[in-house]
Design a protein. Structure first.
Length: 82
């Protein structure tokens, strides 16, 4: 009985079918290179998005810079309404 189970598991392993694993693509150099190329392109696109966002954020003037340009924009309008 144990020998039959071992034979059966060897047959499954030889045929590439593992218990509980469905739809698995075997990894070979060609598949890996295709995946890696796609993955690196996705990562580079994400880096560009992050870089563009950081650049926009860094180029935005700070509150102090806005105040120094035109302090009248930041006058408290509630001063006369007591």
């Amino acid at each position: 009985e144990e020998e039959e189970e071992e034979d059966e598991s060897k047959k499954r392993n030889k045929s590439g079918i593992l218990k509980g694993v469905v739809g698995v693509t075997p990894v070979n150099p060609d598949n890996f290179l295709a995946w890696r190329t796609k993955f690196e392109a996705e990562i580079e696109a994400q880096r560009k998005d992050i870089t563009a966002g950081l650049k926009e954020k860094l180029l935005r003037p700070t509150g102090r810079q806005l105040f120094e340009r035109d302090a009248s924009l930041y006058m408290d309008t509630d001063v006369g309404f007591n």
